[in-house]
Design a protein around this ligand. Structure first.
Ligand code: NI
Length: 148
């Protein structure tokens, strides 16, 4: 791997492990809470976090709106969130290490594979922050080190 690939592998890996640590703290009674009214629930943010690495790279390689609607329609019960994130992480790592060709997205955005790998990384950290803020608003005591 190049330095750039190693850096993404490392920092997305940290994002994945710390996201899983946050998800494991969530109490069942909190899944449906919306700490910010009108925004996603705790569960909806957690599900989004577990699929986005894979979703974004599927979009990057030309998945259609219909294909993505089918992708997002697959349920991820709370008990499967950790494994689902591992699955997305493997999908990301496969493409990170083997490379891939991109296509213009179904809404018209063009980017290269490095740009998409970067986009997925910042997308993960964006929603990890959202989940972290939600759990703070709900009064969780968290002993999770978010960065190495
Ligand atoms: Ni998002």
């Amino acid at each position: 791997m190049t330095d750039w690939q190693q850096a993404l592998d490392r920092h997305v890996g940290v994002g994945v492990r710390t996201t899983q640590a946050l998800i494991q703290l969530i109490q069942p009674e909190d899944w449906n809470k919306r700490p910010i009214p009108g925004k996603r629930s705790v569960y909806e943010v957690a599900v989004h976090l577990t699929v986005l690495l894979e979703a974004d790279l599927r979009i990057a390689t030309g998945a259609t709106a219909e294909e993505m609607a089918q992708f997002y329609a697959v349920p991820v019960p709370p008990g499967q969130l950790i494994d689902r994130l591992d699955q997305s992480w493997r999908y990301y790592q496969d493409r990170l290490t083997t490379g891939f060709s991109t296509e213009t997205t179904y809404w018209g955005v063009a980017d290269g594979s490095t740009g998409w790998l970067m986009e997925a990384a910042v997308h993960l950290y964006h929603h990890r922050s959202q989940l972290f803020d939600y759990l703070n608003l709900l009064g969780y005591e968290m002993d999770v080190i978010l960065f190495e």
